[in-house]
Design a protein around this ligand. Structure first.
Ligand code: CDP
Ligand code: MG
Length: 137
């Protein structure tokens, strides 16, 4: 059993696909173990994406991630980290396989609807970033 952190990004909330994202995870047999809506400050977004601090898209990404409400969730199941990544699809929606979240809903490489931890190390940073243990079912 594994847990991963997923986010419906501000574009996903605006496009009203929060439910569709959760349906894809739940239909795949994964379980939502924690869930809430919040708005990141620019500083919070920079901290969350600290691994990308030297990337050319860091400033634009953290502006985008702090521009509106997001839905954060913990998704749980066997191999949840890689399975959520598969259900999300490639970072660039142009390369995302049909039926993935990003293929179905994303408009471009930055505004790509959804986040998912990419490893156990990142899940271990990202889960407690948003959820105290009392909020994890
Ligand atoms: O989200 P994912 O793990 O698939 O991609 P990433 O390489 O960890 O990048 C994090 C986020 O930065 C992406 O989901 C995009 O929103 C954004 N990004 C971007 O704006 N331009 C890029 N060339 C790559 C990523
Ligand atoms: Mg990533």
């Amino acid at each position: 059993m594994e847990q991963t952190l997923s986010i419906v990004k501000p574009d996903g909330v605006k496009k009203r696909v929060i439910g569709e994202v959760m349906v894809k995870f739940e239909k795949a047999g994964l379980k939502i173990a924690a869930l809430k809506m919040l708005k990141l400050t620019k500083e919070n977004a920079k901290k969350f994406y600290i691994v990308h601090k030297d990337k050319p898209f860091y400033n634009s990404l953290t502006d985008f991630m702090s521009e509106g409400p997001i839905v954060v969730m913990i998704v749980e199941g066997e191999n949840a980290i890689s399975r959520v990544r598969d259900i999300m699809g490639a970072t660039n929606p142009k390369n995302a396989a049909p039926g993935t979240i990003r293929s179905d809903f994303a408009s471009d490489i930055e505004h790509n609807i959804v986040h998912g931890s990419d490893s156990q190390a990142s899940a271990s940073y990202e889960i407690p970033f948003f959820f105290p243990s009392l909020e994890i079912m």
